[in-house]
Unconditional design. Structure first.
Length: 448
């Protein structure tokens, strides 16, 4: 009875212990949201071409990718607390340094540093959450984390409606929010967790497991991440003011956040390839509608189109990862999901430059033609793979859908898939293991 009482009190204390890292994440995302919509407009006001603005976004994406791959080498020698202070401090310095940067050679390394330190901060927060949350509560806390991550990014965007894009205010706000994120982290009441390890990348294995999932994650990076840079420039070029542009981009973020759950619920009920085909078809329809918009298009209709575009495109990643996990054995989940995140990051590095050059060389609507071409190729490939199958997947093991943000590979180490195996009470001397043990019916892979 005493043991049960201790378990209940520990479980009751857990929600309060996760508040500090979640509060830190909220502050980081407010700063990221402040920059999200206004940096492209700021660089446009500085007379940089859309193609160059896309290169700036690519530099940040490459920094994020480098952070995912190598941040653990910075964290390991000094520990999580000191590393978090270093990453937050350097990100704030890089943000504030943009006020003094007025040339490409100055802006590119600063954007790279912003991305690298953003990845380091995500890795550390997710490592702390992993230590704070028991297995049975990870799915619930992951849902809260996703909501905090997306909601406060969108709120950060909405805060910028009346800021002067050429002035220092937006950089000051983003820098202050990033520095304030240090405060909640000192309140974490838990022993330091196991330090994160390097990312294990198995791209060929991921392709063999599910080529459709790999392409879904790549497509998400190529079109949605590009749209975070292209969207403000698109709105500016068709004649919208800053307030309307910021609102539209917030619709993209919030649509991406809230539409994932109903879409994920639907994907749990059908073959996920049908869900991916539906997402591809939906993106095609919305992109085709956006090709025809202009300044005369009702703003409410445009806001709905942006929100649906964000929701459908964002769900490509989450459904793609879930589909890949359906095809893999449990022991491969973390490495597979980390590889898919890496593939997404590659798309995020390529997409902004490609998308911005499309609107620079032709018309603002050319970006949506680019989206249509890529999405059509993905949808047709998925249909081809669906009808080419020769194996009956009716009895396949399926994991429930979970929405996760594209933060760092560390988040996959604390998913509910990491179940603690049951111990054999008849063998007390057998060592406990934290490694997941796949069920017998999960031992067979299902290549797509």
């Amino acid at each position: 009875m005493e043991h049960d009482s201790a378990d209940r009190s520990g479980a009751a204390a857990i929600p309060w212990r996760v508040v500090p890292p979640l509060a830190s994440t909220a502050l980081i995302m407010i700063g990221a949201g402040v920059l999200g919509s206004l940096l492209p407009l700021r660089f446009s006001a500085m007379s940089y071409s859309p193609g160059v603005i896309g290169l700036f976004a690519t530099a940040e994406a490459l920094g994020f990718l480098a952070g995912c791959l190598y941040a653990h080498k910075i964290i390991a020698p000094v520990g999580l607390e000191r590393a978090y202070a270093a990453f937050a401090g350097m990100k704030a310095v890089a943000i504030l340094g943009l006020h003094f940067a007025d040339s490409i050679p100055a802006i590119v390394p600063l954007r790279f540093l912003i991305g690298l330190n953003a990845a380091g901060l995500a890795i550390i927060v997710e490592s702390w959450l992993n230590a704070l949350v028991p297995n049975q509560q990870r799915g619930r806390v992951l849902t809260i984390y996703v909501l905090v991550y997306g909601l406060f990014f969108g709120l950060g965007q909405l805060f910028t409606q009346n800021l002067n894009v050429r002035g220092p205010e937006l950089l000051f706000l983003a820098g202050i929010a990033t520095i304030l994120a240090l405060v909640p982290m000192v309140a974490i009441d838990v022993r330091a967790p196991i330090l994160p390890h390097g990312v294990k990348l198995e791209i060929l294995k991921a392709l063999r497991t599910s080529p459709v999932s790999v392409l879904a994650c790549l497509l998400n990076g190529l079109i949605l991440t590009a749209f975070t840079t292209v969207g403000p420039l698109f709105g500016e070029r068709i004649g919208f003011d800053q307030r309307h542009i910021v609102t539209l981009m917030a619709c993209v973020s919030l649509g991406g956040l809230f539409l994932q759950w109903p879409i994920g619920y639907f994907s749990d009920k059908v073959d996920r390839r049908y869900a991916l085909i539906g997402l591809g078809s939906g993106v095609l329809a919305v992109a085709a509608a956006l090709v025809m918009v202009d300044r005369q298009t009702p703003f409410l209709l445009l806001a709905v189109l942006f929100a649906v575009f964000g929701g459908l495109a964002e769900s490509l990643y989450a459904v793609g990862v879930a589909h890949a996990n359906d095809r893999a054995v449990m022991a491969d989940y973390v490495a597979l999901s980390s590889t898919l995140l890496f593939v997404w990051a590659l798309g995020a590095a390529i997409g902004p430059t490609t998308g911005t050059y499309a609107i620079q060389l032709t018309t603002p609507r050319a970006f949506f033609v680019y989206v249509i071409a890529l999405t059509l190729a993905f949808t047709l490939f998925t249909i081809w793979r669906l009808y080419r199958r020769r194996v009956d997947y009716a009895d396949e093991a399926r994991e429930d859908f979970l929405a996760y943000p594209q933060t760092s590979p560390e988040i996959y180490a604390w998913l509910p898939y990491h179940r603690e195996p049951a111990r054999d009470e008849t063998a007390p001397d057998a060592p406990a293991s934290d490694a997941p043990v796949p069920d017998a019916h999960e031992a067979k892979k299902f290549p797509l």
